[in-house]
Design a protein around this ligand. Structure first.
Ligand SMILES: NC(=O)c1ccc[n+]([C@@H]2O[C@H](COP(=O)([O-])OP(=O)(O)OC[C@H]3O[C@@H](n4cnc5c(N)ncnc54)[C@H](O)[C@@H]3O)[C@@H](O)[C@H]2O)c1
Ligand SMILES: [Zn+2]
Length: 349
């Protein structure tokens, strides 16, 4: 994982050093104009043939239909096992292009060039690829990239709401794995929100390291070590699903989820009220919501009981312990979840 400011063109050099002579650059049209075309010029200058494959923005591009279009374009460009797919974009491009790279010719090289903070701190690390069918991420494979090049300069054009999404995952990483990073992040939230480049570089590098460390211990999600990353996500996924994935971003839902789940930890005596309050303050300072949207208690609880991670009967959550530590597989009574969710729901306007 390479993290820098203005370092995207160096990805071209990295490809040359790997002996890759032909690549397909999967990206959204707007990102092609902003960043892709210049990268393609750098590639050409280094003698690497670059073929753009534009895909539309939005979650709907994580589909088998779009992946089939990518396969056709890879055939047209005559990409073979010696070539590579470059995924220039957020988690949507990373997941769809990653799935195509993992399956085309039974797998070709993949290089992630994440351009959202969420993709830089989270989605580009860990080797998960997927497309959506009846459910989100229903079909996918694990496919590790050859390299990840995160250039924080690309975050300058990112909408503020998308930046906050990435901050939610970064705050999560610190909360479950690194108390020192939590202190550091908490103290720099205003620098991060105004996108100070040096601060972003350090944030991305430290987060990528945490995620890579967790994933290395459980690459295929078999041992449970990766479960620590689910903090905030059991409640968060339910909130997102109930809202039909509209009107609330993943990061906002996870922010609400972390706030609720931290409070559940307080009630169970595994987290302190002071740590839970500090977490909520950090999320608020990052511009993220910390209370459940009104009117969602019943549907969210119902949805949670369908979550595969909740498992039959017993509800098992990954919670924050003291700040910087995680507790996985914590058995929680549905009644307690209900109580906390009700206590943390915004009053009906
Ligand atoms: N593979 C994993 O481990 C993993 C982990 C977390 C999330 N995900 C997936 O990631 C997806 C969400 O990713 P995301 O939050 O990056 O969303 P996204 O890829 O949809 O990007 C968000 C929006 O920002 C735009 N954009 C991207 N980079 C930009 C830039 N530099 N400047 C301006 N606009 C830019 C995109 O076009 C899009 O409209 C979900 O599908 C989720 O399932 C995967
Ligand atoms: Zn997440």
């Amino acid at each position: 994982v390479h993290v820098g400011d203005g370092t995207l063109p160096l990805a071209a050099l990295d490809l040359v050093e790997r002996g890759i002579r032909k690549v397909a650059l999967v990206t959204h049209p707007a990102l092609w104009t902003r960043y892709g075309a210049a990268l393609a010029r750098a590639l050409t200058a280094w003698g690497v043939e670059a073929h753009p494959i534009p895909i539309g923005p939005g979650e709907r591009s994580k589909s088998l239909r779009v992946v089939a279009r990518i396969y056709d374009a890879l055939v047209d460009a005559k990409i073979d096992r010696g070539g590579a797919v470059l995924a220039l974009g957020g988690g949507v491009v990373g997941d769809a292009a990653g799935f195509a790279a993992a399956t085309y010719l039974r797998g070709v090289g993949l290089v992630h060039l994440p351009t959202t903070l969420l993709a830089q701190v989270d989605a580009s690390i860990g080797g998960k690829t997927a497309v959506n069918l009846a459910a989100k991420n229903l079909v996918g494979v694990f496919w590790q990239p050859l390299a990840v090049h995160a250039d924080v300069r690309t975050l300058r054009s990112l909408p503020a709401r998308e930046l906050r999404c990435g901050l939610a995952e970064a705050i999560k990483h610190a909360a479950i794995a690194d108390a020192g990073l939590f202190d550091w992040t908490e103290a720099r939230l205003s620098d991060l929100v105004r996108r100070d480049a040096a601060t972003l570089v350090e944030l991305v590098a430290r987060n990528a390291e945490i995620k890579a460390g967790v994933v290395a211990a459980d690459e295929r999600e078999l041992t449970g070590a990766r479960e620590v990353l689910n903090f905030g996500h059991t409640v968060g996924h339910a909130v997102e699903a109930v809202r039909g994935y509209r009107g609330i971003t993943h990061g906002e839902a996870v922010s609400v989820g972390m706030s609720v789940e931290a409070e559940i930890g307080v009630r169970l005596g595994i987290a302190s009220a002071a740590d839970a309050a500090r977490l909520r303050r950090a999320l608020s300072a990052a511009g993220l919501p910390t209370r459940m949207p009104s009117g969602s208690v019943g549907p969210v609880l119902e949805r949670m009981s369908l979550d595969k991670k909740v498992r039959a009967g017993a509800w098992r959550l990954s919670l924050m312990g003291s700040l910087g530590t995680a507790r996985v597989g914590v058995v929680v009574e549905p009644a307690l979840v209900r109580e906390v969710i009700i206590a943390m729901t915004e009053p009906t306007p």
